[in-house]
Design a binder for this molecule. Structure first.
Ligand code: G3P
Length: 232
């Protein structure tokens, strides 16, 4: 199996550029990335993106904070395109598990991306509510975990094992912090990793020799010392 690379971005121009790359298999967005991209009208902005990204899978998140709002928004988002996955946070802002929403939408055949997952307990609860025949992505926020001093690998490994018999269910390494996370994701046979464009650019350049890395590093320091006209 191959670990697929998704690009974690909502910026229209960047999606246009990265959609052309063979290394990029799909996209993930979230409300923060949409805000960062300057989106004013969520629907219009998403549909503009979908005019560019017509085939590769792309996730758009609901931002409703209760069952009815989430379901209503999910139905609308689902209609935007065949390649769309509806992102549902595993809990709402009050910490209430979104199981009912997930169950309803999944058994209606709506492709979901369950997001903001941090524990294996959450994975187990979500799995109980999924139609295993509906394509589903489970997004584990590895980087945000690591930022708080927690090792994300055990949760990821357990989750990958738990879904290995379900062809349509994929574990996604979300919240990537460095290019080496791609190597780690491959080692544990994670289905997907979503990475910011800057990290994808680094992965594209994997394989540089240590000798060249040393020379480039020293060159950079030398150039900066010259630019600053340093004297001792
Ligand atoms: O899109 C979800 C996730 O990848 C966000 O990552 O960098 O905001 O922790 P980050």
């Amino acid at each position: 199996m191959r670990t697929k690379i998704f690009c974690d971005i909502a910026d229209f121009k960047t999606i246009k550029l990265f959609n052309k790359k063979r290394i990029v298999d799909g996209f993930t967005t979230n409300p923060s990335l949409m805000r960062l991209a300057g989106a004013k009208n969520y629907k219009n902005y998403s549909q503009r993106i979908l005019k560019i990204c017509k085939k590769k899978p792309i996730s758009f998140e609901v931002f409703g904070d209760n069952f009815d709002e989430m379901v209503d928004q999910a139905y609308k988002i689902n209609k935007w395109g065949k390649n769309v996955y509806v992102k549902i946070p595993v809990v709402n802002s009050k910490g209430v598990f979104s199981g009912k929403v997930i169950n309803k939408l999944s058994f209606e055949g709506i492709k979901l991306n369950i997001t903001a997952i941090y524990t294996y307990e959450q994975i187990k609860k979500v799995l109980k509510n999924l139609n295993k025949k509906t394509p589903t992505i489970l997004s584990i926020f590895a980087g945000r975990m690591a930022d708080k001093g927690k090792d994300p690998l055990p949760v990821l490994k357990q989750s990958i094992k738990a879904v290995k018999d379900f062809k349509k269910i994929e574990i996604l390494w979300a919240s990537t912090r460095e290019a080496y996370n791609f190597t780690q994701a491959k080692q544990i046979r994670c289905n997907i990793i979503t990475m910011p464009p800057s990290v994808i650019n680094k992965v594209e350049k994997f394989g540089m020799s240590s000798k060249l890395m040393t020379i480039n590093t020293v060159k950079n320091f030398l150039e900066d010392s010259k630019k600053s006209k340093f004297r001792i």
